[in-house]
Design a protein around this ligand. Structure first.
Ligand SMILES: Cc1cc2nc3c(=O)[nH]c(=O)nc-3n(C[C@H](O)[C@H](O)[C@H](O)COP(=O)(O)OP(=O)(O)OC[C@H]3O[C@@H](n4cnc5c(N)ncnc54)[C@H](O)[C@@H]3O)c2cc1C
Length: 405
């Protein structure tokens, strides 16, 4: 049996970032990931999965020393955001210059994030990467957990972290209750090249079937996230590139002109999930394992990165006080800190989705009025921008750019 202080199950963006926050500390850490890592890719094209990384998340990456590697690979800043309503006249335009800032955030390909995180982890003296490995059994004692993998490795730890995504095995094994439902939408993702430049702007048009986002990439390309009914998504996947380009520019009111190049396409079903608890004795849940939301506000992974920054800070404090990191008195602090913040974001994203999902005349009129009112009121826009940039609320040290040690 190998003995660790912390075993993290799930080496996605959130689990791997947690491992980076713990790299080169006195803690012994194991990161278990079931899929083989695929960190090489062809020079041409982009990852179909991208994330709008907030300024707060950027600071977390900077503080743990992985941001420069992402910049060296490829990141795309967005300085403005333009949101408008297909069902009315509402328009809101956000500009980082209104905050005296350079960017609102960056669009980063998920594989670029993963590559930078794993480059850091392979240099860490105290992190064992168990990849590929799948968790098979967990045994709990009063002061530790024992984990058995399908590769017949046996590990013990004071703290088990479930970072294994929306369908978390760790969460269900621990009997944590969830509230979940389908948004009855799928997100069609691809990347396209348009006739007119995107002007480093993130564009989002709210259509009756769901929001359509154009997110700026390099060389005049944009990443597309088109949330729509599952039936429409299936039709969009069936179209040839020319027909898809036409459907896309039409749905986008030709804002960036003709679509002259289309990448491969994929669709992801969208669902909401919220857990009753983030912690149990010797267990903490982070990222999509604890909460999964609609991508319309581009906040899913950013919330997960804030979870990780808060958990790392609480572990650090516990170590300084000589406390057991798996003790509920320690873990409850993490839960109290993150649950309230996450809940506020989950509720506002769900509220937005409902508001834009209705076709009732009065609601359409009111939302147009509300959007235009917001657009004309710079202080309110400033508050919204700071929230969306991950710069407001009770920020963990790492999200403020302060190293833990
Ligand atoms: C279309 C779309 C667009 C999005 N855009 C954005 C955006 O712009 N900005 C944003 O912030 N968020 C965005 N999100 C949300 C974001 O992608 C997720 O919140 C994020 O990927 C969650 O990361 P995670 O590491 O918690 O989980 P995951 O990415 O699901 O990673 C979980 C990992 O655990 C591994 N695993 C699972 N089970 C086991 C097991 N039993 N044993 C070992 N390993 C296991 C998996 O292989 C995986 O690597 C988007 C989501 C979608 C669907």
């Amino acid at each position: 049996m190998s003995s660790f202080d912390i075993v993290i199950v799930g080496g996605g963006m959130v689990g791997a970032t947690l491992a980076c926050t713990l790299a080169d500390t006195p803690l012994r850490v194991a990161l278990l990931e079931r899929s083989k890592l695929d960190l090489g890719w062809p020079a041409e094209g982009f990852d179909l999965r991208v994330s709008a990384i907030t300024r707060g998340s950027q600071r977390i990456f900077e503080t743990v020393g992985v941001w420069d590697a992402m910049v060296a690979e490829r990141v795309s800043p967005f300085r403005e955001m333009h949101v408008w309503d297909a069902g009315g006249s509402g328009v809101v335009h956000f500009d980082s210059a209104d905050l005296g800032d350079n960017t609102l955030g960056h669009i980063v390909e998920n594989r670029v994030i993963q590559k930078a995180l794993y480059a850091r982890l392979t240099q860490a003296q105290n992190v064992d990467l168990l990849i590929p490995a799948t968790i098979e059994r967990i045994e709990r004692t009063a002061d530790a957990v024992r984990i058995v993998t399908s590769q017949e490795q046996s590990l013990s730890a004071s703290l088990l972290v479930g970072a294994d995504g929306s369908n978390s095995w760790v969460r269900s094994d621990a009997g944590v209750q969830v509230r979940t439902w389908s948004y009855e939408q799928s997100a069609v993702v691809t990347y396209v090249h348009s006739e007119f430049p995107h002007r480093e702007t993130a564009w989002q048009r709210f259509l009756p079937g769901g929001p359509l986002a154009f997110l700026p990439l390099t060389d005049g390309f944009s990443s597309i996230v088109w949330s729509t009914t599952p039936e429409h998504a299936a039709q969009l996947l069936e179209l040839d590139d020319a027909a898809f380009g036409l459907a896309l520019s039409d749905a986008f009111e030709n804002t960036l002109g003709r679509i002259d190049q289309v990448g491969p396409r994929a669709a992801f079903p969208l669902r909401f999930l919220q857990t009753s608890a983030y912690v149990k004795p010797h267990l903490a849940l982070v990222g999509d394992a604890a909460h999964t939301i609609h991508p319309l506000a581009g906040q899913g992974v950013n919330l997960g990165l804030s979870d990780v920054a808060a958990l790392a800070e609480i572990i650090d404090e516990a170590l300084r006080r000589g406390q057991d990191i798996g003790d509920m008195r320690v873990l409850r602090r993490y839960e109290r800190w993150r649950k309230a913040d996450n809940l506020a974001m989950l509720n506002s994203v769900n509220g937005f989705r409902r508001l834009f999902g209705t076709n009732m005349f009065l609601v359409r009129w009111l939302r147009s009025w509300g959007m235009n009112l917001t657009d004309g009121f710079v202080p309110v826009k400033g508050l919204i921008m700071r929230q969306a940039m991950g710069l407001s609320g009770d920020l963990p040290k790492l999200a403020r750019g302060v190293a833990l040690r």
